[in-house]
Ligand binder design. Structure first.
Ligand SMILES: CC(C)(COP(=O)(O)OP(=O)(O)OC[C@H]1O[C@@H](n2cnc3c(N)ncnc32)[C@H](O)[C@@H]1OP(=O)(O)O)[C@@H](O)C(=O)NCCC(=O)NCCS
Length: 181
């Protein structure tokens, strides 16, 4: 399972990836908007195990992929697409990157590639993504990936003791025009 973009390779996780994942998963700035983290070593190993067992599922429903920066042959983050359990023609996208690599367009490049994979290979009908309304970087990634903001839920989710707002972005297969990306 490999998706290649101009600067990145998205591939299935291997056990040996855990150290590079752990490097950013222990950073409190990285997980501030996430339900998880900062991670213990055990948490990171569980994440890798879950991603690897997802890759062995048949039919496959979870594509949690390691993002490798081609130029440095280095793992800089994770980005995934997960089919809805009861509606496998819909999926949601998520991502997380090492802070040293933020602001260079990598998350947007990988997100667009995953949308292309979801509509192209998986023949999905609709792909969504959600983010904390305060997570400006993430909502920019989704806007720049040409997803539509469909909803703003008010104080719908408690994360790390705080009731937070959520943005929901979506795109339909008929709206997806890879040539414009
Ligand atoms: C959100 C995240 C994925 C963005 O990754 P990235 O590689 O920096 O994203 P891109 O460079 O493709 O684009 C992000 C946009 O947000 C901006 N941005 C990036 N980091 C930012 C930050 N810390 N604060 C404010 N803006 C930021 C970028 O400038 C860019 O906007 P622009 O094109 O208008 O300049 C990354 O910050 C991250 O991994 N955060 C922690 C995990 C997380 O929040 N995941 C999303 C959960 S929904």
């Amino acid at each position: 399972m490999i998706i290649e973009t101009e600067r990145l390779i998205l591939r299935d996780f291997q056990k040996s990836d855990w150290k590079e994942v752990h490097e950013y998963s222990i950073d409190p700035d990285v997980s501030v908007f996430m339900e998880w983290g900062p991670n213990s070593q055990e948490d990171t190993l569980k994440f890798i195990d879950n991603a690897m067992s997802g890759s062995r599922q048949k039919p496959r429903r979870l594509y949690e992929l390691a993002v490798i920066l081609k130029g440095e042959a280095r793992l800089i983050g994770a980005s995934g697409i997960r089919l809805f359990p009861n509606e496998p023609e819909q999926a949601d996208i998520g991502y997380c990157y090492n802070k040293n690599y933020w602001g260079k367009g990598y998350a947007t490049e990988a997100c667009r590639a995953l949308l292309g994979f979801g509509f192209g290979q998986l023949k999905l009908h609709r792909i969504i993504a959600t983010c904390d309304a305060d997570n400006y970087g993430s909502s920019r990634v989704l806007e720049k990936s040409l997803m539509r903001k469909e909803a703003h839920f008010l104080r719908d989710k408690k994360v790390k003791g705080r009731w937070r707002d959520t943005f929901l972005f979506a795109v339909l297969s008929e709206e997806w025009k890879p040539s414009e990306k």
